[in-house]
Design a protein around this ligand. Structure first.
Ligand code: GLC
Length: 565
């Protein structure tokens, strides 16, 4: 890596969802002191950066993605002193801290919004207040200023009787959207970001950041057939001032000079736009989280709940297209899991006891050996599986609960709605981190039950077993640190149409890495003519303890990584 290259090109990020990570005070909710107690665990895994989901003061309508005070820690999670200690503890171990930056919206309980509720307030314009649609009585059916729907179901506008107007919320009514057109809003956000940087944080994960620039004036979206409220997401995302706002933020916060880590979560972004946002020729974003590869198991044009089986060629080609498209100008983030996605072993792998370990390792291998910065979401390094909830009452997540109520209200059979939740609910990823066979996350009652598999899938068991998913992640992370070809190598997809094998090479000067993986639960043959010769190849990583000498057939979920020089 050259001196001028961004440091995060060789980094692996670990995401802590604090509510579910480790609880120090027995109230059943994870907290900062709990996380402080696990820093040696993270060091042992080898990760370089921790992304901490929101711990700010919040009414917790969306588990902290609804922030009431950007400069304080919610008592549920601890204090600012605890956060300082977490930062110091990470830095002392050579790791960095990236905070979640949620500035498309605040909580409705934020002082800014409280003030804004008064039509004569100087902060009225800090949010999007609009009168009822012309010709409609305020509050009447269909009177919303535009026909936009909230991502969490229902209209994106809520009527505020006291002021006689509606406010915009692309998420819950408790998450009103900030008006980034107003320069005072932007200045207040940058000031807050500088305050955190001065406190020692090393960067930001920017929540739904490409929604901050709205298409002004706000107008109706195309109504999808059969849907009273709808819009094409691309109509509200990537507004005309996105690049201007990102460049201004960079300047004002000193992101480039301070070499801060940034990743922007982006709904409805295509490869070309992502390349512009992450271009190394500009100071905009270090990388973006994109969604294409995690929407391939839903009906095209449908919602996440409209399930469709994954086609492996689709997944391989999608990821390859992003690799090529970002090329050497932009930079990829590599993720399968986070607090919004189900567990990948259950989703794209095989979570049966027979194949769970090998499929978790193989999914990790293919992901981490693409070009980009890999993310590990808490529990992913254990090969954790979906929650296995069976009743609507099991779910806590606002998106899941709203979906169930709306879908069943519209006549979708309960079994079908429950099947969609079992596959896609965000709560799948939010069950408490199992530290021991008994759980070990809290001494109290966890806010969400442990996964029923915790007695088998837990940190204690996996640390003790050299062949565990955990140790496989550890080796993969070490490989990225050791080999320049993992960081810099050019990506080439092999066998794009093969329905069972995922194979690709990474090439840097005269060195090559070849990854070859059987992505099924059956033995699979490898079309030998289509892969490089393995004559001078050294096997550097496998998903199964003992790999056969030849590569003509691969065991179920077997993957191998060869280094060819
Ligand atoms: C992002 C977060 C998600 C949250 C939403 C609204 O998508 O990852 O958890 O619900 O933004 O803030």
């Amino acid at each position: 890596m050259s001196e001028t290259d961004p440091w995060w090109k060789s980094a692996v990020v670990y995401q802590i969802y604090p509510r579910s990570f480790a609880d120090s005070d027995g109230d059943g909710v994870g907290d900062l002191r709990g996380a402080i107690g696990k820093l040696d665990y993270l060091k042992g895994l080898g990760v370089d950066v921790v992304w901490l989901s929101p711990v700010y003061r919040s009414p917790m309508d969306d588990n902290g993605y609804d922030i009431a005070d950007y400069r304080d820690v919610d008592p549920l999670f601890g204090t600012l002193d605890d956060l300082d200690e977490l930062i110091a503890g990470l830095h002392a171990r050579g790791m960095k801290l990236v905070m979640d930056l949620v500035v498309n919206h605040t909580s409705d309980e934020h002082a800014w919004f409280q003030e804004s509720r008064d039509p004569s307030s100087v902060k009225r314009d800090w949010y999007f207040w609009r009168p009822a649609r012309e010709g409609f009585e305020p509050g009447a059916q269909g009177a919303e200023p535009t026909n936009w729907a909230s991502f969490f179901g229902g209209p994106a506008w809520t009527y505020d009787e006291a002021s006689g107007e509606y406010f915009l919320h692309l998420f819950s009514p408790k998450q009103p959207d900030l008006n980034w057109e107003n320069p005072e809003v932007r200045a207040a956000v940058y000031d807050m970001m500088r305050w955190w940087v001065d406190r020692g944080v090393d960067g930001f994960r920017m929540d739904v950041i490409n929604l901050i620039s709205k298409p002004i004036p706000l107008t109706d979206g195309a109504v999808a057939p059969g849907q009273p409220l709808s819009y094409d997401v691309s109509q509200v995302a990537n507004g005309p001032r996105m690049i201007e706002f990102l460049e201004e933020m960079n300047r004002e916060v000193g992101i480039g000079e301070r070499r801060l880590f940034t990743v922007g979560e982006m709904i409805a972004v295509d490869v070309d736009r992502a390349r512009e946002y992450t271009s190394q020729h500009h100071d905009r974003l270090g990388m973006v989280f994109t969604f294409e590869h995690v929407t391939l198991d839903q009906e095209p044009g449908g919602m996440k709940w409209d399930l469709k089986p994954l086609s492996l060629p689709d997944l391989k080609r999608t990821m390859a297209r992003w690799q090529k498209g970002l090329g050497t100008e932009g930079w990829n983030s590599l993720y399968f899991e986070n607090h919004d996605q189900p567990r990948v072993v259950s989703r794209y792998g095989d979570d049966s006891p027979e194949h769970r370990v090998a499929s978790a390792k193989t999914l990790a291998t293919v992901l981490h050996l693409h070009r980009g910065t890999p993310y590990v979401y808490e529990g992913q390094e254990l090969g954790m599986i979906n929650a296995g909830f069976t009743t609507a009452g099991d779910y806590r997540d606002i998106e899941s609960r709203n979906f169930y109520t709306i879908a069943t209200g519209q006549g979708v059979p309960a079994e079908r709605a429950l099947a969609a939740l079992a596959a896609k609910s965000r709560d799948n990823a939010r069950t408490p981190m199992p530290w021991t066979p008994e759980g070990g996350f809290t001494t109290g009652t966890p806010w969400l039950p442990y996964n029923a598999a915790a007695p088998e899938i837990n940190v204690e068991a996996e640390l003790a077993d050299e062949d565990s998913v955990y140790h496989h992640y550890r080796r993969l992370i070490a490989l990225r640190h050791e080999l320049e070809v993992v960081r810099e190598g050019r990506f080439e997809l092999l066998l794009p149409d093969d329905e069972r094998i995922w194979a690709f090479t990474r090439t840097l000067r005269d060195e090559q890495l070849m990854v070859i993986a059987n992505m099924t639960s059956q033995v699979a043959g490898v079309p030998m003519g289509s892969i490089p010769s393995l004559e001078r190849a050294e096997l550097v990583l496998t998903s199964l303890p003992a790999a056969a000498d030849d590569v003509q057939t691969l065991e179920p979920w077997e993957s191998r990584v060869y280094r060819i020089r």
